[in-house]
Ligand binder design. Sequence first.
Ligand code: AGP
Length: 609
Amino acid sequence: MCGIVGYVGDESAKEIIISGLKSLEYRGYDSAGIALNKDGKLLLRKESGVIGNLEKRIKKNDFDGNIGIGHTRWATHGAPIRENAHPHLSCDGRIAIVHNGIIENYMELKSWLIKNHNVEFKSETDSEVIAQLICVYYNGDLVDAVRKAVERMRGAYAIGAISADDEDRIVAVRKDAPLIAGIGKGCNYLASDIPALLKYTRDIYLIENGEIVVVSRGDIKIFDEDMTRVKREKMHVTWDAAAAEKGGYEHFMKKEIYEQPEAVNKTLEGRINAKGEVKLDGIKLTKKELDSISRIYIVACGTAYHAGMQGKELIENFARIPTETDLASEFRYRDPIIDENTLFICVSQSGETSDTIEAMREAKRRGARILSICNVVGSSITRESDDVLYTWAGPEIAVASTKAYTTQLVCFFLLALYMGKTRNTLPRKEYDRIVDELKKLPAKMSDVLGADDHVARLASKFAVREQIFYIGRGSDVGTAYEASLKLKEISYINSFAIAAGELKHGTIALINRGTLFVVLATQDRLYEKMLSNIEEIKARHAYVVGVAKKGNNRIRRISDDTIMIPECSDEVAPILAVVPMQLFAYHIAKLRKRDIDKPRNLAKSVTVE
Ligand code: AGP
């Protein structure tokens, strides 16, 4: 997820581009850059960190021009350092590009460019390949060169390009990454998102997949893949800037809940090949090393810990390695049994959580191998890990984690499949079945988002409650814990999660007439048990909202309300079941007029103990 801004006109391109990039910081802010064409020469400035760092660097007036492209980055390939920031220049310095997305076959293209054109790469990114490829095909016609270059690419991209030879045209193309063109007066704009342009224009063209757009001072031309001119109706944007930043959603949390199908898709992208084999970039664990692992610890905090609960089930089921989960704040003060045959998996969205960092360092001191699952490239945890498996969820702005959680679960699937296959502990038929389920996940997550209105109606019945219980068995326990935390942290309701089998050991004493229970019953193998638990609490006059897979109708008969998720395997059910739970928490918090994106007392990353 990165932000793109382009401008061509008679004003200062740098002012307009910097202003646009600042409104896109929610798409990425670990580095930024800008390229301008000034009198037939490309000027380039890039800086790591927030856009303000770049702004300071380009204050001097000698750096300006009337056509340029800018970029704010959320790193996926390559650390968030200046060299990896966009724009990237071609080796002859005559072409500059910005890119949002992931080029899956960039290594293959990079090798071809080095071998056949002696290209010397300056960065570790996939995006730089684009600049060099366009340069190879460039013979004065930038549109033609861009077309030829993208024909060789696989993956997702929104690309903007300028050349030193042309002070009036920005050429852009998109596939599975957002791109718009903005209509000005005597000038025109390019951007990845609407917020970047709202200060200058509300009239835009939405660019569709496969289209090429040529933005010049006097006009905006859109072409399809065959270079046939496309007549596109302009769109007038009515959103205000704040709403635009949230993509039209009222809160970042809602936006991020709805981004989950795309985030899961991006996290899977390039990691299951055409033959259905799992290929994990960043994981260097060999078969010999995997076979020597005698114990795994999964250690994290909060939502990341709940992901670890699911990860334990998957790794033990697929790879048959004894695995335990622990809270980082506890682990760091234990005297854990660790040796060189221990694998320590730390899970963290931010990669900066103090408890998790210190737990990781303690494990490292005792000889464990460190594997991290993280959403922020180059964060502290990733820099100290032996192996890193990134969630490619993009920036998660809301304090309450949603898309980071579901993509952490996806990473645990990929890791457990890789381990199981490498150790020959997972039959091929089972392996193929799970891979097939993962491929269907983004579509099923979109389906389950369709339950939003139904969940909102349920939330309106319970928003006044001051106590809500979540129960489940098997992998539904982790979902119950996560559902309860979501509700707690944004609605301030005292919710409580417990393994259903534990109820009779004391907690059942808390049931009063009408006490609300959300019962997760998505595990076929434990379904009957969960029906008994519902009977048990109904006998004490509790109010039950059952959560189960479509087709399980008995739960409808004995519950007061139900939320159904698409049919799926027991293994992937937690990824689907958590979505209505996130929505349930969101709608209740909204009805209680809470500060949903920034709940009281909470920080997005707990960098202190
Ligand atoms: C989750 O919604 C909370 N914001 C919190 O529990 C969070 O998961 C926890 O602080 C861990 O953060 P991390 O994933 O960045 O390490």
